[in-house]
Every structure is written in C-alpha cells, then in structure tokens.
Design a protein around this ligand. Structure first.
Ligand SMILES: CC(C)(COP(=O)(O)OP(=O)(O)OC[C@H]1O[C@@H](n2cnc3c(N)ncnc32)[C@H](O)[C@@H]1OP(=O)(O)O)[C@@H](O)C(=O)NCCC(=O)NCCS
Length: 178
C-alpha cells in the first residue's frame, strides 16, 4: 500500500487486478474520453498491470495507482500520475469502474494523491486535461477546487474527430489538506 484514505487504499497494480481492469476499461462509457478503445482485452490488461506494477511512483513519467476499497479489497479504479518538468509538476488521470462511481470514491482518491504530490512530495503544480464533453471529470476537479485555465477549441484529433480540450490546474500555494 502506498497511500490510504478512510475508505480506500492506493497501491501498485498486481497480476490479479487484470480481469477487473479489463472489465471496467471495456465499458464504452468509461472508455469514451480515454486513450484506449473498448473492449480492452484481458491480455492487454495483463501487460498493463505487469508494466505499471514495476514502475517507481517517484520517477518521471506515468505511474498508475490502483484504487482498492478497504474491507472487501474490490478494485474500484485507478489514478494515473505523470510526473514531468524534472519532477516539479504532475498531470493526473482517473478512472472508476461503473459500479463504484457516484459514491465519492474518485474525489477521495484524487484528493489523497494531490495531497501527497503537493504537500508531502513538494511538487509545484498539478494539472489535468479533459475532453470538454467530459462533464463528470470536470465536476470532480471543480469539487476539488482545481482552476479551469484554458478551453482549446478543436485542439485534439481524438478517436476520429477534432475535439475541444479543457485544462485544469492547482498550485501547491493554493492547495490545503482537507
Ligand atoms: C470521472 C469519474 C472518475 C468521476 O467519478 P464520480 O464517482 O462521479 O466522482 P466523485 O468521486 O467525485 O463522486 C461524486 C458523486 O458521488 C456522490 N456521492 C455519493 N456518496 C458520496 C460521498 N460519501 N462523498 C462524496 N460524494 C458522494 C456525489 O453526490 C456525486 O454524485 P453526482 O455526480 O450524481 O452529483 C468517472 O465518471 C469516470 O471514471 N469516468 C470515466 C473515465 C474518465 O473519463 N476519466 C477522465 C479522464 S482524465
């Protein structure tokens, strides 16, 4: 376990997570604004968990936290952290399995990761980039007091179409532990 909250553990992915990961990444609603296409096959999930499970969470580049529910050990989803700028900044991504959405788990997990990055690890800034139609993700970031900083019109060619991109960020000087 790397981080924890009242209801969740944030840990490395392990081999046994692959079926649950493949199942939630295969949901078209979950995949709609993400970098993969549904269905997401089991062998791709197995390769993914093997690769990310080995990574150093403090290294530059993407690290993926598996979100586990305390008590029953269910895999709730994941939070991705892309450290860059020599470790001074990080980009976030987040995904919840459909059965675990709308219970505040995503906000709880993302808040803990941002606490860790900005308050414990001393990063300067955390940011995220969303398809402008991804209202649920925008609501999550606004609930956590991220600032909407940019709206870029047709700036991404994504899954066969030009899409608008919205950028959110928060600085360490603005973030307080809740
Ligand atoms: C984006 C995503 C993670 C948001 O998940 P979520 O469960 O809506 O987010 P939150 O954890 O903030 O939960 C908020 C909801 O839980 C409800 N809730 C229930 N119990 C709660 C509790 N104890 N605490 C807080 N909220 C609670 C809130 O009322 C809110 O419901 P509402 O959206 O109907 O108003 C999810 O929609 C998702 O995985 N989408 C697909 C992946 C994706 O596009 N990711 C973004 C790419 S960067």
């Amino acid at each position: 376990m790397l981080l924890q909250t009242d209801r969740l553990l944030l840990r490395r992915f392990r081999a046994g997570d692959a079926p649950a990961l493949a199942a939630y990444r295969s949901d078209p609603d979950v995949a709609r604004y993400q970098g993969w296409d549904a269905p997401f096959p089991l062998d791709a999930a197995e390769r993914f968990v093997a690769a990310v499970g080995e990574r150093d969470p403090r290294a530059e580049g993407w690290f993926q936290y598996a979100i586990e529910r305390r008590g029953d050990g269910a895999l709730v989803g994941d939070v991705g952290v892309n450290r860059h700028d020599e470790g001074r900044q990080a980009e976030l991504g987040f995904t919840l399995a459909p059965g675990f959405q709308r219970q505040g788990y995503a906000a709880e997990a993302v808040r803990r990761v941002v606490d860790h990055l900005l308050l414990e690890e001393g990063l300067h800034r955390v940011h995220a980039s969303l398809d402008a139609r991804n209202d649920r993700s925008a609501r999550l970031l606004e609930r956590l007091a991220f600032r909407r900083e940019a709206y870029e019109i047709q700036s991404q060619f994504w899954k066969g179409e030009w899409t608008d991109d919205v950028r959110y960020a928060v600085l360490a000087s603005e973030w307080s532990r809740s």
